[in-house]
Design a protein around this ligand. Sequence first.
Ligand SMILES: Cc1cc2nc3c(=O)[nH]c(=O)nc-3n(C[C@H](O)[C@H](O)[C@H](O)COP(=O)(O)O)c2cc1C
Length: 199
Amino acid sequence: MVDDIQPDAAAELVCTWCSAPLGSPDLARCPSCGAILHGDLAEPLPGVTAVDAAALVRGMIAAVKIPITAKMRLGWDDDNLTAPDLARVLEDAGVAAIFVHGRTRAQGFSGTVNLAGIRAVVAAVKSIPVIGNGDVTTPEAAKHMLEETGCAGVSIGRGAFYDPWIFRRTNHLLRTGELLPEPDFAERLRVLQPKVAAA
Ligand SMILES: Cc1cc2nc3c(=O)[nH]c(=O)nc-3n(C[C@H](O)[C@H](O)[C@H](O)COP(=O)(O)O)c2cc1C
């Protein structure tokens, strides 16, 4: 992505907090004032709004030739579910799609994915695809998320660690309604052997 940034446009990226030039959209913090651009925060930053995020994203969209998508959690915690508002504002800013992990920042990876929260993000945007994420560890879980939330697709993280065949099996389930069996020992060996040999 960095290769696609036009140098002049990249130089125009500024911190939405203190207006210092950033030069690179990959920075997690502004080197001048320390404002969070992306990354982990111990506490919500009062005053950092979706509008600030949109200004940053607009700068990125202007600076590159490829589509910009945004990934978010549902919000800081159950009392601050910011994702629907953020998704709406980022859609207006021009992002091509929204990815949402159906947990809050406070949850970390605890509890289970909140499908109603993802559904609220789907309802908030006008036309861009929303991709649901979180706890999709089986083809059935993918189907359930699609049906329960109306999301346009799902993204699979840890489920692919557990089961690298999950994409093929999910695709098959969604297209045919048939749940393929998990790969047998011979198939697992066929895939693993070259990787073990190369290690
Ligand atoms: C090892 C690991 C690395 C991750 N790295 C990122 C990352 O760089 N950016 C990001 O947005 N999410 C990252 N995530 C979060 C996942 O994209 C995803 O939102 C989260 O794991 C929930 O989805 P899952 O239940 O399918 O794993 C990471 C998760 C794991 C387990």
